[in-house]
Ligand binder design. Structure first.
Ligand code: CS2
Length: 494
C-alpha cells in the first residue's frame, strides 16, 4: 500500500483534516526530546495549530533518545502521521504536520547537538518519562551515580537528556547565544523546578561556572500535561490504513480530552499557545497536584489491581464495581491534600475521570501503566499519604494502591503466572520479594525500605506500614477482585 507523505496527502478522503499550512515554509523553533506517542498526540497537535495560524518559526525537530523506530517510521512519511481520536463516537482522523525532522540521538549525536545550539531553537521540550530525568524520585535531586550521568560527565557525546541539554547549553554559552527555554512535559512533581535542579547540578559537576550560568540564565517553566494516549498497536495501524487508504507506519491514538497548563515564563519567546487552548498561568502547582494525585494516582491503582484481577485494559478494570468504588475512594482521600483552585469543580473533575477511564474505544493496557512504578508511586500515591499523615488523617486508600503495587512487583500473578515487571529497579524488587516470600508481614516492611519510593520518613512509619500490611494480607488471602469489592463497600477497613 502507498505510504502517507507530502505527495500522497491529496489522495486522502475529503473528511480527513490535514495540515492547513505550507509545510515547506515552516522553520524549526523547538527541539523535542522523546518523540513518543504522548508528545505526538499532545504538544505536536497544538504546534500544528500554531503553524496553521501563521507562526511558521515554531516547527518541531523530534529526537528519540534510544531507538530509531520513530525515525524509521516517520522519515519516509516526511514527518507526517495520523492522530486518531477515539471515543464511543466515530473515530476522528487528523494528519499532523508539525514535525519537520526526526533525529535519533545515539545515531546522530552531533547533528542533535548542532540543532540544539542553533539560535533559531528557542524551546527544548521533553517527554522522556520519569526515569529519563536520572533523578532520585524520592528527593528530586540528580542521581549522580546513575550510569548515564557518570558516562555523560566524562564524555563529549552525552546520551542522557540531562547530559545532552547541558552540552548544548555549554555550546550556546561559548558561542554567546542565549539559552533556550526548557519545557518538561512529564508527569513529575514541579517538573520545571525538577529539571532545573538536575540540569544545574549536572552543569555544576562539569564546571562551577557552567553551573552558575545555568542557574542564573535557564528558564524552566513547569507544566501540567494531560491526554490518555495508549501505545499504538498493529490493529490501530490497520484501522488507520483502512480509513486513510494509505499506510501510516506510526499513527497515534488518543482520547478526545486534552489539557495543557503552562507556567508563563519564556524569556526566549514562545508560540501563542493560549490561542490554541493552552492555559497559561503563574503557578502550575495546584493543577499538577490535582492531575498527579487524582488521575495518575487512580491510574496506577487501577493498573495494579486491574492487572491482578486479570483485566487487560483500564476500561475493563473500571467496569468492575469494586475497582471503580476503590478508585472513587482514592480520589476522595486525595482531595484534602490538593490546593484550592478558585472556580474549579473538583467533584465534576473526578466524575469526568471515571468517564475517561471507561472510554470503550481506547484499549489502554493496565500493563502499560503498571510500568516504572518506582518512578511513579512517589508523586502519585506516596505524597498523598505523606500529606494526609501530616494533617492527622490516616493513610487512606493509597495504602491499597501501594499494596497492589507490592503484590504486582513480586512478579507472580494470582494464577501463578509470571508478570513481566518493567521497572528500573525490577531486579532489586524481585530479589526483595524472593527473600521475603508471599507473607504480607515480611514483604511490606522489606518493600517500604526502598527509600527511592518511600523516602527516609515513611519506611518505618506504622501509620503507613499497618494499613499496607493489612491490604497486602487481604490481596494474598482473598485476591484482588474480592479485596477491591470489600474495600469499596467498607467491609475491609485498613
Ligand atoms: C499513565 C499516564 O502510563 C501512565 O502512567 O498514568 O501516561 C496517563 O495516561 C497520562 O498522564 C494522562 O495524561
Amino acid at each position: 500500500m502507498t505510504r502517507l507523505s507530502d505527495k500522497t496527502l491529496s489522495r486522502l478522503p475529503a473528511g480527513i483534516k490535514r495540515p492547513a499550512f505550507d509545510r515547506a515554509a515552516i522553520r524549526p523553533g523547538i527541539v523535542h526530546l522523546g518523540i513518543g506517542a504522548f508528545h505526538r498526540a499532545h504538544q505536536a497537535v497544538v504546534i500544528d495549530d500554531r503553524l496553521a495560524a501563521g507562526e511558521a518559526e515554531w516547527g518541531l525537530v523530534g529526537a528519540s533518545l534510544r531507538a530509531p523506530d520513530t525515525y524509521d517510521a516517520l522519515t519516509p512519511q516526511d514527518g507526517l502521521y495520523t492522530l486518531a481520536v477515539r471515543s464511543a463516537a466515530p473515530t476522528r482522523y487528523r494528519i499532523i504536520g508539525s514535525v519537520c525532522e526526526v533525529l535519533v540521538a545515539p545515531e546522530a549525536p552531533l547533528k542533535l547537538l548542532q540543532r540544539l545550539a542553533d539560535p533559531a531553537i528557542r524551546i527544548v521540550s521533553l517527554t522522556v518519562t520519569e526515569k529519563g530525568y536520572c533523578h532520585d524520585p524520592a528527593t528530586g535531586t540528580l542521581a549522580e551515580d546513575h550510569p548515564d550521568i557518570r558516562h555523560d560527565l566524562t564524555s563529549n557525546l552525552p546520551r542522557s537528556a540531562v547530559g545532552i541539554i547541558v552540552e548544548a547549553l555549554a555550546r550556546r554559552r561559548a558561542a554567546g547565544v542565549a539559552p533556550f527555554t526548557v519545557l518538561s512535559c512529564d508527569n513529575l512533581p514541579a517538573n520545571g523546578e525538577t529539571v532545573k535542579r538536575v540540569l544545574t547540578r549536572f552543569a555544576a559537576l562539569r564546571s562551577v561556572d557552567l553551573g552558575k550560568w545555568v542557574e542564573d540564565h535557564l528558564a524552566c517553566p513547569s507544566t501540567m500535561v494531560d491526554r490518555i494516549v495508549p501505545a499504538t498497536t498493529d490493529a490501530d495501524r490497520d484501522e488507520v490504513a483502512r480509513a486513510l487508504g494509505v499506510e501510516d507506519a506510526w499513527p497515534v491514538v488518543a482520547e478526545p480530552f486534552w489539557q495543557w497548563v503552562v507556567e508563563d515564563h519564556f524569556p526566549a519567546g514562545r508560540p501563542d499557545l493560549a490561542a490554541s487552548g493552552v492555559e497559561m498561568v503563574r503557578d502550575v502547582a495546584p493543577y499538577e497536584l490535582m492531575k498527579l494525585r487524582l488521575l495518575n494516582g487512580s491510574h496506577s491503582t487501577l493498573a495494579y489491581l486491574g492487572y491482578l484481577c486479570g483485566y487487560e485494559t483500564v476500561a475493563d478494570a473500571i467496569a468492575d464495581a469494586g475497582i471503580a468504588g476503590t478508585v472513587r475512594r482514592l480520589m476522595d482521600d486525595a482531595t484534602p491534600t490538593l490546593r484550592p483552585l478558585p472556580g474549579f469543580d473538583v467533584e465534576a473533575y473526578k466524575a469526568s475521570l471515571i468517564q475517561r477511564f471507561a472510554n470503550p474505544a481506547l484499549r489502554h493496557r493496565t500493563w502499560q501503566i503498571a510500568m516504572d512504578g518506582t518512578q511513579k508511586l512517589p508523586q502519585r500515591l506516596v505524597a498523598t499519604v505523606r500529606e494526609r499523615l501530616a494533617k492527622g488523617l490516616d493513610a487512606g486508600a493509597p495504602a491499597l494502591g501501594i499494596a497492589a503495587w507490592m503484590r504486582y512487583v513480586t512478579g507472580i500473578d494470582e494464577k501463578g503466572a509470571v508478570i513481566d515487571v518493567r521497572d528500573p529497579l525490577a531486579a532489586r524488587l524481585a530479589e526483595i520479594a524472593r527473600d521475603a516470600g508471599p507473607v504480607a508481614e515480611r514483604l511490606t516492611p522489606a518493600l517500604l525500605a526502598v527509600r527511592e519510593v518511600f523516602g527516609d520518613d515513611l519506611s518505618g512509619d506504622p501509620r503507613l506500614g499497618g494499613p499496607v500490611t493489612a491490604a497486602l494480607a487481604a490481596l494474598y488471602g482473598a485476591g484482588a477482585k474480592e479485596t477491591a469489592r470489600r474495600y469499596a463497600v467498607g467491609q475491609l477497613v485498613l
